[in-house]
Design a protein around this ligand. Sequence first.
Ligand SMILES: [Ca+2]
Ligand SMILES: [Ca+2]
Ligand SMILES: [Ca+2]
Ligand SMILES: [Ca+2]
Length: 215
Amino acid sequence: MKKLVLALSLVFLVAAAAISQFTFYLIDNFESGEFTEGAKWWRFGGLKAEITRNISSEAKDLIAESCGEYSLNLSGQTQDWYVGGIGTELGVDAAGYSRFQIDIYGNNEYSGKLIVEFFDDDNNNYTIEQDPKKNYEATKDDKWVAEVNIQGKGFTRTSIPFTAFRDVNPGGGDDFWNPDQKNGSGGLLKLQLVAITEKQQGKVNFKIDNLLLTF
Ligand SMILES: [Ca+2]
Ligand SMILES: [Ca+2]
Ligand SMILES: [Ca+2]
Ligand SMILES: [Ca+2]
C-alpha cells in the first residue's frame, strides 16, 4: 500500500511539474528577497529599485496572497515624463504563451504608467542590436510595446495579450511577433519596464510582483 501511495504521489508530482512548466513562465516574483543590480536585472535612468516586504497587516485578497513576502518597489521623479526603468534577459521560446501578466501595487497620491517592452530576436544571434546614437533603437530585432496604467493602493493584476503589443521600430527586425526559438532565433530575448509620470513633472512610487508569461 505504501509503495502504491508513493508511486501515485510521484505520478502526481511529475504531472504537476509538467503542467506548471507549460502553463506559465515565471520571470520574477522577487521572493529571493534581493535585487542585485547587474545580476538578473539592470536599471536605467532615475528609477530607484528596491526589494520591499509586503505589508502583512493589510487586508488580503487572492492576488495579494499570491504576491508572497516580497515585491519590488520602483520610485523616482522627473521633470519630463520619463523616470527610468529596469530590464532583464529572457532568452525564452515564448511561442506557447499568449499573455504577459504583472501585479502592480499603486499609490493614491501619484499614478502614472508602466511601459512594457519586449524584444524578439529576428537575425538569429541571441542578441538585441541597439544603436547608442539613436536612443538605443533596436536595429535588427523587433521592439514591442504596451502600456499599463498604475492604479491605486493594493495589488492589481494586469494581463496583457501579446496581440496588444505594437511594433515600435518598423523596418527594424521583421515586424512580426515571432518569439519562438525556431531556425536559430533566440526567441523572446529581453523585457524592459519603463516608468512614466502622470503629469509632465512628477513622481512615481509603486510595487511590482509576479511577472510571468502565460496562456
Ligand atoms: Ca513576491
Ligand atoms: Ca538579434
Ligand atoms: Ca520591427
Ligand atoms: Ca520579429
